[in-house]
Write a protein that binds this ligand. Structure first.
Ligand code: SIN
Ligand code: FE
Length: 307
């Protein structure tokens, strides 16, 4: 486990060979970070400057901003009046970023092409060090990712980042991947998932069909999703793990990019400001090394189908 540096010449627009692309998928699936010292998704100079000064000029901007590609919407920016033009520009930048990362990954990780669902993107303008957030929302505590309102039903959470800061690194720590970690805590400290009753499965499916999934996220979750959510909370709340768990530090320099399966690699961001990020939900069927996927790890531990 660790970081694999992609030499700049490999991230040029030309299509990598399918063996090479498969090897990168495998490295990700084994829990490595793929690191691009110079991002393949560089912003235009004036867009970069705009993002770096947005906070000072826009009163409606407070937190992380989400871009929802499916609906082509931004949320988190409540921009009115003079800020409306800034809002429009921000929207365009996030839309283009999302599109360019997707285009790049369709070739760079070609085995996943058309096997993923484009999830949210985000702009993260705040200094991460010392952010005052409720414990379960803190990103400076080690955790694996799970989304409370967007269960994945076994799909993998792959995230691509850019550090936009002109001078400061974005500092992360990462820990042992899910396959090594889950058996250390489950089932003694955190209950393993149980098979869903037929009634729950049918009710959940009906709720989804009626469009109630949004208001009843817990119902929409599979036993897998439920476990992944509990595991996220468990890690953040486990003071011993936070203090003594194995960890490795990484500093992502200005102008770099990296990607990682954040559902399997515990991570925390300790410092850094101004990042862009795009998330993909990659179908379990597209895995080139499926034995490492959290769903398969859990199904092997329980002997049960969990989605
Ligand atoms: C996270 O997924 O925990 C956030 C990482 C970051 O913003 O660098
Ligand atoms: Fe995270």
């Amino acid at each position: 486990m660790g970081m694999i540096t992609i030499p700049p010449e490999t991230s040029l627009p030309q299509q990598p060979s399918s063996e090479q692309a498969r090897a990168w998928c495998r490295q990700l699936e084994e829990g490595n970070i793929l690191f691009f010292p110079r991002t393949p998704i560089a912003l235009a100079e004036e867009d970069l400057r705009f993002l770096l000064t947005l906070e000072q000029t826009s009163s409606g901007l407070h937190k992380n901003l989400a871009y929802k590609p499916q609906r082509d919407e931004i949320s988190g920016a409540d921009m009115k009046g003079a800020d409306a033009a800034a809002g429009e520009r921000l929207h365009r930048i996030l839309r283009e970023y999302s599109r360019r990362v997707t285009e790049f990954l369709e070739s760079f990780l070609s085995p996943y092409q058309s096997h993923w669902q484009l999830d949210y993107g985000s702009f993260r303008p705040q200094e991460e060090q010392g952010r005052d957030l409720p414990l379960r929302r803190r990103n400076d505590l080690m955790h694996t990712d799970a989304f409370p309102t967007r269960p994945t039903h076994g799909a993998r959470i792959l995230r691509f980042f850019n550090n936009l800061h002109p001078t400061k690194t974005r500092d992360w720590i990462t820990g042992e991947p899910f396959g090594a970690l889950a058996p250390q805590f489950a089932p003694q400290q955190i209950a393993l998932p149980r098979e869903q009753s037929t009634l729950t499965r049918v009710t959940a499916a009906a709720a989804c069909n009626l469009g109630l999934g949004r208001v009843l996220p817990a119902l929409k979750r599979s036993p897998y999703d439920d476990f992944m959510m509990r595991f996220h909370n468990f890690l953040k709340e486990n003071a011993t793990y936070q203090a003594q768990g194995k960890r490795e530090p990484w500093s992502f320099p200005p102008g770099s990019s990296w990607m990682v399966y954040t559902d399997m690699v515990p991570h925390a961001v300790l410092a850094g400001q101004y990042a862009l990020e795009q998330t993909y939900l990659v179908s379990p069927e597209a895995m080139v090394a499926p034995e490492h996927a959290p769903l398969n790890v859990l199904q092997a531990m329980t002997g049960l189908p969990l989605v």
